[in-house]
Design a protein around this ligand. Sequence first.
Ligand code: ADP
Ligand code: MG
Length: 258
Amino acid sequence: MNAVLSVTNQKGGVAKTTTALHLAVGLARQNPKKKTLYIDLDPQRNGTDVLLKESDFDAERTVFHLFQGNPVTSLQLHETEQKNLMVIPSSLQLVEVETMLSNALDGFFRLNENLAPLANEFDFTIIDCPPSLSVLTINALVAARGILIPLQASKFSVDGIQGLVNAINTVQKRYNANLEIIGGVFTMFNERTTISQMMTEEISQNMKLFNTNIPSSVAVEEAHLLKQSLYDYAPKNKVAIAYEQLTKEVYNVLQKIG
Ligand code: ADP
Ligand code: MG
């Protein structure tokens, strides 16, 4: 089984990267006999920066290689400090993908097709999407089995969510019948605010929501600065504990659909 999960929302700053990282590290920690892969599709490389030490990110060794039309090789797979977790890093060159693939008939399929050599290598693959509904994100949706949508109450926009759901439905109809939204997750959540209550009601009419909400803590930013996961930086922090719970929920869903 290689259950591919895309962490997607076209809004920036809703904790896609934080969530994708803590799910990937969480799955690797909670399942020591399984292999997890993290793929960074954001040219800003925030996830890559946390998981990888300084090393040479030449184009051959990043996910850009796959978008150029080449199957993945061991060169693109980087070890991380977390046992059983590997990463395919992003590169700044990803900003060129949109133009590069604008006339390519197979533009939406590059990631999926070029990941094929890994079909039996990993148990879980987590894809961190950029903050856009660009060709990179569509590639992630074509390659994925499940989508998890991080939602931030203060960045609430029904239009935005509807646009995302429409794009997902289109990909599902035309390119990837297996694709499904496994659920939304509230991040930087403060249950006491009116907006979070309003949003919970509104969203739950259209989408399954995970039971776990991710609270807010300055420890998240601190851990990112030190290039650590919260599990290492502050294992007893409420956000670390919430992400551990979310990882278990996600694991159960992936077992069912994978
Ligand atoms: P995205 O990938 O959607 O753009 P990020 O994961 O990069 O979002 O998070 C955006 C910002 O919010 C980052 O500065 C990050 O450190 C911060 N952040 C994410 N999750 C939390 C949290 N639970 N509490 C506090 N800050 C958070
Ligand atoms: Mg991000």
